[in-house]
Design a protein around this ligand. Structure first.
Ligand code: HEM
Length: 86
C-alpha cells in the first residue's frame, strides 16, 4: 500500500513505533477478550482465574507499552529539534 515512506516522502513513524502500535492493539484485544471470556466460564472453575490473570497482565503490558511509546515519541521529537537547530 502506498504511504509517505513508499512514495519517497519522509516516514512519520519508525518501524518500531508501528510494531508497538499493532502490539498494543493486539494486547487490548486480548485483555478485552479474556475478561469477556471469563464471563462465559462457570464460577469456581480454574479457567476463570486464568482468564482474569491474562486480563490483568495484558492490560498491564498495554500500560507499560504506552509509556515506552511515549518515551520513543519524545526521543524522536527531541532528536528532530537538535537536527533542526544544527
Ligand atoms: C487494555 C487495558 C484494559 C481493558 C481494555 C480492560 C477492560 C475491561 C473490561 C471490558 C472489563 C469488564 C467490565 C465488566 O463488564 O464488568 C474489565 C474488568 C476488570 N478489569 Fe480491566 N481492562 C484493562 C486493563 C486492566 C488492568 C491493567 C487491570 C488491573 C491490573 C484490570 C482490572 C480489572 C478488574 C479487576 C476487572 C473486574 C474483573 C471481574 O469481573 O472479576 N483491567 N476490564
Amino acid at each position: 500500500m502506498a504511504n509517505a515512506a513508499t512514495m519517497g516522502g519522509p516516514a512519520r513513524f519508525s518501524r518500531w513505533q508501528i510494531r508497538l502500535h499493532w502490539l498494543t492493539l493486539l494486547l487490548v484485544a486480548i485483555a478485552y477478550g479474556a475478561i469477556e471470556a471469563k464471563g462465559l466460564v462457570p464460577k469456581g472453575a480454574p479457567a476463570r482465574d486464568l482468564l482474569k490473570l491474562v486480563h490483568f497482565n495484558a492490560g498491564a503490558l498495554v500500560g507499560a507499552l504506552m509509556l515506552l511509546r511515549l518515551g520513543l515519541r519524545a526521543c524522536e521529537f527531541f532528536a528532530a529539534q537538535v537536527h533542526e537547530s544544527s
